[in-house]
Write a protein that binds this ligand. Structure first.
Ligand code: AMP
Ligand code: ZN
Length: 497
């Protein structure tokens, strides 16, 4: 069963083949930690968690790096001239009366905690840009030695006209870019698309985060000398990702992921500055998640619609409810968050958990595993696991995966418990958990033996039409957080609420 992924590089759903058999080198552009992440950011990170899970289900070991941008992402980035504006960390620091280091530490830690809360598989490397300054400077050095850089008053820039493929990745119209940028463009820049590799700290400002610019990176006239101030500086955002990706994973990645907003600037620049040095593709596959809107509107600070995971928790939704919400949209389609949609996801998950709890109520006495090829009910459950993997291998089609599970679960709801093959059922639940990360098995504990006895007693009372005792016993049972659904085949317990 081939795994196909939509590759921005080719525009096609290409069959995924890794450079080394069974090993995937994966880089995910991480967040800028100057604030809490909003649900739009997590929309992407949950999509990439599914990617990791699907790769693992295809027997790949995934070696993965996610960066934390804790310096150098400017507020003007992604809009027009990408080298203007304030460093987002400095902005966060001013807002909170803290240092940029404190802000980065606080929100970086919250990000890592939320990775756990959302049940995301943790990348082996969560790399902070500030821990890789020498590697970033080394990359600038290599680019300078190859003639790709020039220096202006506010920093060292990459000359995009020296990299002929610059416009290819995003199909950029450089003429239009030039025309559009004329007003806001720094007049010292050679081309509108040129970007800062290394920015100099302003002369009159002591930044929280700044590093000495090595002499050999500077033009002669501006060298640091004993009787003049050191030229301090900090890396450009794009440089960080290239340096960390290539340091930790090698010159060519198997897959690089990020949001669609990264295509025209951030990833275009990553490709240019990396490939200019190595003459090798930075990545064989590039995957991009679409954006999440809220009530059909772009997430923006001014609208106050950038809900956080904590905001959802405060309203009674779990991180897994949000994960289920995200799975309802394909990662390349635009998402639309409404509390109605989130409630629908919550109900679906509640239903799935109750079905998962049915495994405690089945007994594997009917059939043994050897029977699976001859048993209809069993075959359909094994086939469901297979069908689930097949649709996920089709460019991570999570909405189709949910439909497959819904259909299988609907069959289970109506089946006599005694007809459900426990082994096949648990295997299906395990496949769902491995690929979709919904933690069905770990969040659906069995009831105690006492409750089981009460359920049996209630059933006996019902058989002898002793409704009063049966009602009393139901109330007793419900105190433990479960209730009884009476079916044509007997009682099934479910979680309350
Ligand atoms: P940032 O912290 O701004 O670097 O963004 C972190 C990640 O979130 C990037 O990959 C962005 O593409 C992504 N992102 C930002 N806004 C949204 C959104 N509304 N929906 C989905 N992804 C987003
Ligand atoms: Zn990046």
């Amino acid at each position: 069963m081939a795994l196909r992924l939509h590759n921005t590089l080719t525009g096609n759903n290409d069959e995924f083949i890794s450079q080394t058999p069974n090993l995937v080198k994966l880089y995910t552009c991480g967040p800028t930690v100057y604030n809490y992440l909003h649900i739009g950011n997590w929309f992407g990170y949950i999509a990439w968690d599914i990617l990791v899970r699907v790769l693992m289900a295809n027997d790949y070991t995934v070696e993965r790096v996610m960066n934390i941008t804790d310096v150098g992402h400017l507020t003007g980035e992604n809009e027009g001239d990408a080298n203007n504006g304030e460093d987002k960390l400095a902005k966060g620091a001013r807002r909170e009366g803290k240092t940029a280091w404190e802000v980065a530490q606080f929100y970086g830690l919250d990000f890592v905690n939320k990775i756990d809360q959302l049940g995301l598989i943790k990348p082996q490397h969560i790399a902070k840009a500030t821990d890789y300054i020498p590697q970033q400077l080394e990359l600038v050095r290599k680019l300078k030695n190859k003639g790709f850089t020039y220096q202006i008053d506010d920093g060292i820039y990459f000359d995009t006209s020296k990299f002929p493929r610059y416009a290819d990745f995003a199909h950029l119209d450089l003429m239009a870019l030039r025309a559009g940028a004329r007003v806001e463009m720094n007049p010292q820049k050679h081309n509108a698309s040129d970007f800062a590799l290394w920015k100099f700290s302003p002369n009159d400002e002591k930044r929280d985060m700044e590093w000495e610019t090595p002499d050999d990176l500077l033009e002669d006239s501006s060298k640091n000398t004993e009787d003049r101030k050191l030229i301090m500086g900090f890396p450009g955002w794009h440089l960080e990702c290239s340096a960390m990706a290539m340091t930790l994973l090698g010159e060519t990645l198997d897959i690089h992921t990020g949001g669609i907003d990264h295509i025209p600037v951030h990833h275009t620049n990553e490709i240019a500055q990396s490939e200019a040095v190595t003459d090798k593709p930075l990545s064989n596959f590039w995957l991009h998640n679409n954006h999440l809107k809220v009530n059909g509107t772009k997430i923006s600070k001014s609208l106050g619609n950038g809900y956080t995971i904590d905001d959802l928790t405060a309203r009674g939704y779990t991180p897994n409810d949000y994960r289920m919400f995200v799975l309802q949209t394909h990662y390349r389609s635009e998402g639309n968050f409404t509390f109605e949609n989130l409630t629908a996801a919550q109900n679906r998950l509640r239903n799935w958990r109750n079905i998962a709890a049915m495994r405690h109520q089945t007994h594997d006495t009917l059939r043994d595993d050897d029977d699976k090829s001859t048993d209809k009910g069993t075959i359909s459950l094994y086939a469901t696991s297979q069908a689930l993997l097949e649709v996920l291998n089709n460019d991570l089609d999570t909405p189709a995966a949910l439909v497959i599970v819904d259909e299988a679960f609907s069959r289970l709801t109506h089946a006599p418990l005694a007809d459900i093959h426990q082994h096949a059922f648990i295997e299906l639940l395990d496949t769902i958990d491995q690929t979709l990360g919904l933690q069905l098995l770990t969040t659906t504990p069995d009831v105690s033996d006492d409750i089981k006895r009460l359920i049996l007693k209630r059933q006996q009372a019902r058989s002898s039409q002793d409704w009063k005792t049966s009602d009393k016993l139901r109330q007793e049972i419900e105190k433990s957080g479960v209730t009884i659904r009476d079916t044509a085949h007997g009682p099934v317990w479910e979680y309350l609420g």
